[in-house]
Design a protein around this ligand. Structure first.
Ligand SMILES: *Cc1c(COP(=O)(O)O)cnc(C)c1O
Length: 465
């Protein structure tokens, strides 16, 4: 086997990558021409690439490295677990200590009566579990016609066929024959772009009431569950108006629709509490978790399920599971991650230090001529780019053109900020410190200035009519 290592020239690594590695969510041929960025190491909130750049990772990888990079404790735990028991399954009436311990810990951290854990290898898999679990729940209760799951346009729930069907990403539905049957999408609570002349409170209620309208149209006897992210992440860090979630909760209670909170991003401290459901006042029947559960150090996800749902599901054989459900190494690493979050009071740091500091610093970006709104919740933030703040107009150029230019300027300034259409978003590691937030804002400001100059030069500062 030839040795491929960090010591090879970047161009050589890029050529080998292009020859054999197919990237997710990427136009492969275009990337092959350009060459992928090669990340070689990371510590705290900072990545290093093959050319020696030190890059502030304001996305915590993919929203997951909550405790930051380079925590040796997790490596030690993984090595110890691999030596003791590298794998055993949890099928066929067997279990092992890491799965027992992590399920118990999650039950104690999760709010309310969410006391039962079904493990998966990722957030997508956990949401596939949820599809089968809620439909099976109603079937076991003698109501098999209750099979429709309502979700939202521009929601993100994963990339498997099932979870991408729950998601409302039109580009994903356009490939591969999605969505599956019995998934219904309602509109998102995105006031800035879709609220028109309404005020946010009124708009939040109207968007929540689309759930009630859908239940009445489809029939109460047909609807199994509603799934949503407390705050949409991949859709562009869309923070709902305060009126939205209480109304959703009221509707789910009234019609006895199971509520699934997809906490894959919001869970484990992102919003300043353990779960986004606590920050937004939601009482879910099932929570989906992944990402921050292990801070991304191992692939793992789970469905955390209420006493009521678990009791019904437990009344028959649930014909579902993954080889790696409750993988011992992933469970051991997740447990160590949860220990660090607690022992170092990282969620207290988010709530009392980092989030308030970011909120104030981020708000200053609203003064930039390109920025129409600048909002944060906990350690998630977004700015909406616009050619005209007053009318909240979109650009005349195809959506995402400007966002991509801005992202390129961020990369050029050693800042990882992601674009979703023409929104720029961040979700840094939870351990970020105020001086690092200052660096983030300074680099973002330079990137916005450079983006603005480029838009002027290319005559892109025009509004869609
Ligand atoms: C990332 C994400 C998922 C999918 O998780 P994977 O581990 O990528 O499968 C599901 N839901 C939300 C809200 C996510 O952000």
């Amino acid at each position: 086997m030839p040795t491929i290592s960090n010591h090879m020239p970047t161009a050589e690594l890029q050529a080998l990558d292009a020859a054999h590695h197919m990237h997710p969510f990427t136009a492969g041929n275009e990337l092959a021409e350009k060459g992928a960025r090669v990340i070689t190491g990371a510590s705290g909130v900072t990545l290093t690439d093959s050319q020696g750049n030190r890059i502030l990772d304001a996305m915590a990888g993919l929203w997951c490295v909550n405790i930051g990079y380079g925590r040796d404790e997790l490596a030690e735990v993984a090595a110890r677990q691999m030596r003791e028991l590298p794998f055993y399954n949890t099928f066929f009436q067997t279990t092992h200590v890491p799965a027992i311990a992590l399920a118990n810990e999650l039950a104690s951290l999760a709010p309310g009566d969410l006391n039962h854990v079904f493990f998966a290898g990722s957030g997508s898999e956990a949401n596939d579990t949820n599809i089968r679990m809620v439909r099976t729940y109603w079937a076991l209760k003698g109501q098999p016609s209750k099979s429709i799951i309502i979700s939202r346009k521009n929601g993100y729930h994963g990339s498997t066929v099932g979870s991408a069907s729950l998601g409302g990403m039109s580009a994903m539905h356009a490939q591969g024959g999605l969505p599956i049957a019995d998934v219904h999408h309602i509109n998102q609570p995105y006031w800035w772009a879709e609220g028109g002349g309404t005020d946010p409170a009124e708009f939040g209620l109207a968007r929540a009431r689309e759930l009630e309208e859908a239940i009445l149209t489809l029939g109460e006897d047909r609807v199994a569950a509603f799934i949503a992210e407390p705050v949409q992440g991949a859709g562009g860090v869309i923070i709902p108006p305060a009126t939205y979630w209480p109304e959703i909760q009221r509707i789910c209670d009234k019609y006895e629709i199971l509520l699934i909170a997809d906490e894959v991003i919001c869970g484990f401290g992102r919003t300043g509490n353990w779960f986004g459901s606590q920050t937004l006042g939601i009482r879910p029947d099932i929570m989906t978790v992944a990402k921050g559960l292990s801070s991304g150090y191992q692939p793992i996800g789970a469905s955390i399920v209420s006493d009521t749902v678990a009791k019904v599901i437990g009344s028959d054989e649930f014909n579902h599971g993954y080889t790696y459900s409750g993988h011992p190494v992933a469970c051991a690493v997740a447990l160590e991650n949860l220990r660090i979050l607690q022992d170092e009071d990282i969620i207290g740091h988010v709530r009392n230090v980092a989030a308030p500091y970011l909120k104030t610093a981020w708000a200053t970006l609203a003064d930039h001529p390109l920025v129409g709104e600048a909002r944060t919740l906990g350690l998630m933030g977004a700015i909406a780019l616009t050619p005209d703040k007053d009318s909240r107009a979109a650009f005349a150029a195809e959506e995402g053109t400007v966002g991509l230019i801005c992202r390129e300027r961020c990369f050029a300034n050693n800042l990882i900020m992601r674009h979703v259409g023409d929104r720029m978003i961040i979700a840094p590691p939870l351990v970020i410190q105020p001086d690092e937030i200052d660096t983030l804002i300074a680099r973002a400001t330079v990137a916005l200035d450079e983006c603005h100059a480029e838009l002027k030069k290319r005559d892109l500062l025009r509004s869609a009519s």
